[in-house]
Write a protein that binds this ligand. Structure first.
Ligand code: PMM
Length: 281
């Protein structure tokens, strides 16, 4: 068993097991649920189901980050995200905001979000680190090299684990210099400027990332590298049929000491983190 103590982020649950972050993409083009929760009411209803299924927090994202996605304007992202965050926060549901924009992070925290989840690790918006420092909320800093339209042109690494480790380390130090001395969690950025083989190598050696000294978030849910693994005669496994494989990665990530997993199908991964915790005693 991997004796890595679960590292916690202040202000969030500390249940003695990996946390489960449920995905709520309020975008028209997210690759696995695009358009289904475009309006607030449907989004809120889905978030309630995620919590009922065991989500410790709900991650609200207004910008699709799938490869090739076009960016919405800041105003469009605000319109998608803020009403949903405000409604969920009013209901007492812990909400994180998945955004690369400082302006959206600020508005979402103002509406009650308790964590900023920034896939760009502060690279997409120079104002993000200072804004998060001022807001003093936990911050997920993911490894990232370029926006979705460019992302897969930046997959050159010597050793993908050591290079991602080093690049994340530099961002964490930069975040510290900008005043984010409170809770940072790090994320290797599965599927972002990584080939399929590089994704698997990052997962195989995920424990390396504990050496950065911060809680580790792992997000594999329904991603293409799983669809490729499960491909049959008629091609890749469709995204909505990748939840068992996602739950398997959840079990392995939790056993490797991950602080949190970010998933679409909460129930299967909520069960998986409980099995991993009980198995590990
Ligand atoms: N911290 C973090 N946030 C993320 N947000 C969106 C997506 C893209 O996947 P989605 O379209 O399924 O949300 N992946 C991540 C990720 O890997 N890590």
């Amino acid at each position: 068993m991997h004796g890595h103590p679960l590292r916690y982020v202040e202000g969030l649950p500390q249940p003695g097991r990996a946390l489960v972050m449920g995905v709520l993409n309020v975008t028209p083009d997210s690759f696995s649920d695009g358009g289904r929760y475009a309006d607030t009411e449907r989004a809120v209803a889905h978030a309630r189901r995620l919590v009922a299924d065991g989500a410790d927090l709900v991650d609200v994202g207004g910008e699709s980050t799938r490869p090739g996605a076009q960016r919405p304007s800041a105003d469009e992202e605000l319109e998608r995200v803020v009403p949903v965050v405000a409604t969920l926060a009013r209901e007492g549901i812990p909400v994180s905001v998945d955004t690369m924009r400082a302006q959206v992070a600020e508005a979402a925290v103002g509406a009650g979000a308790v964590l900023v989840n920034d896939v760009s690790g502060g690279l997409a918006d120079d104002a993000m680190f200072a804004t998060v420092a001022r807001l003093d909320v936990p911050y997920v800093l993911m490894h990232w090299r370029a926006h979705s339209t460019e992302m897969q042109r930046h997959t050159a690494y010597d050793d993908v684990v050591e290079d991602v480790f080093a690049e994340l380390g530099e961002r964490v130090r930069e975040a510290g210099r900008a005043g984010i001395t409170h809770s940072i969690a790090i994320d290797p950025g599965i599927g972002f400027s990584k080939t399929t083989a590089q994704n698997w190598e990052l997962l195989r050696r995920v424990e390396r990332f504990h050496d950065l000294g911060h809680p580790v978030l792992v997000a594999t849910s329904r991603k293409r590298f799983l669809g490729e693994l499960l491909a049959g005669a008629d091609g890749e496994r469709p995204p909505a049929e990748r939840d068992a494989a996602t739950a398997a990665t959840t079990t392995l990530a939790a056993t490797a000491g991950a602080w949190c997993v970010r998933v679409h199908d909460v129930r299967s991964s909520a069960d998986a983190v409980r099995v991993a915790a009980r198995w590990g005693g």
